[in-house]
Design a protein around this ligand. Sequence first.
Ligand code: GN1
Ligand code: MG
Length: 357
Amino acid sequence: MFNDILKSFNLIAQEYHIEKFGEGLINRTWKITGLGNTNEFILQQINKNVFKTPTHIAENIDKIGAYLSKHYPDYLFVLPLAAVNGDYMVKHSDGEYYRLLPYVKQSITLNTVQTRSEAFEAARQFAKFTNLLAGFSVTKLNYTLAGFHDLSARFEEFKRVVKKASAERLNKANTAIENAFAHQNIAEMHQSIMNDGLIPLRVVHHDTKISNILFDEEHKGLCVIDLDTVMPGYYISDVGDMMRTYLSPANEEEPDTSKIEIREDFFSAIVEGYLSEMSTNLTEAERELFVYSGKLMIYMQAIRFLTDYLNDDVYYGTNYPGHNLVRAQNQFTLLEKYIAAEDTFQQIVSNTQNQPR
Ligand code: GN1
Ligand code: MG
C-alpha cells in the first residue's frame, strides 16, 4: 500500500523507513525517514468514519495557511505537501485519504506534561494560533465534524444510548451512568451559554492535548499540529481540553483512579500561558468561563467514552474489554477532583486578570 501512496507524492517507498507514529485514537500516522537521504515526513490516513468529508479538512488548512502566510509570514505553520496531482490530500485505491506533511527538524512531541513550563508553552501556542486568526473570518471554515463540542447534543446522545444499551453493559456502567446524570448541570450550563450567545465564535483547534504541540529540544513551544478539528468554535473548548489533559500526571488511560491528581500550579501555568497571547482579545464573558471550561471538557469526554462503551465501542479504538468504561470512570474521577479545586482556580484566574499587562 505504501508504494502507491508515496508514489502519489513523488516518493519511492523502498528509499524510506516507515514506522508507526504517535498515540492518536482516530487517525493513523507514520513517520517516513529517508534511508540514503535526510528527508523526513509524516504520513497520515484520515479516519473517514469520523471525518465524513476529509476534503473539508484540507480546504480549511489551505485557507488558514494562506491567511497566515500573508499576514504573519514568520509564523511556523506546518502545511501538508502537495501531491503530484496538486491536491493536499489524496484518495488511494483502498478508498482511504492520505496526506503527507514535512517533519519539522529537531522538533519533539511530548505525551505527558511534566513541568509547568511545558503547560505554559502549550497554552501559549494554542492561544497564539487563535489570536493570530482573530482577523480571519471564521465563517469561511467548514465544520469538519458536525456538533463536535456541542455538549448538549452529546448529552442527548448519551441519554438515547442509555435507552438501547445491552443489559450487561448498563449493569457494568451503573455508577458511571449515575455520575453522568449527577453532573448534568454542566450540560445545562453549556446550553444556557449557547442560548445567551455572548461568547464569540473563533478559529479553535479543538484537540489541545500536549502531543499536538511541537516543542524544540529545550521544550520551548514551536507550533500547533494535528489540524483536523480546526473549525469555528469557542475558546472554552481549547482551554478546557488543556485542563483535562495537563492537570493530572496520570492521563485518561490510567485505570488506577488514585493516581489522578490535580496539580494546581499547572492550572495557573495554563492561565498565564493562554493569557500571554489572548488577554487583549478575550471578552469579559469569555474570561468568566475560564474555570467552567475544564468542567465542560472533562464532563464531555467522560460522557463520550461512556456513550461509546454503551454503544459497544464503535468510535474509539479499544485495547481490552471495558476499556472505554475505564476511561469514562477515569474522567469522572478527574471531574470530581477538578470541582473540588474550583474555588482555588477561580482565585487564580482573578489574580492573573488583575496583573498589569
Ligand atoms: C480523539 O485522535 P485523538 O487522540 O487526537 C478525539 C478527541 C478526544 C481524544 C481523547 C476527532 O483525539 O476529541 O478528546 O480522542 N478526536 C476526535 O483521547 O474525536
Ligand atoms: Mg486529533
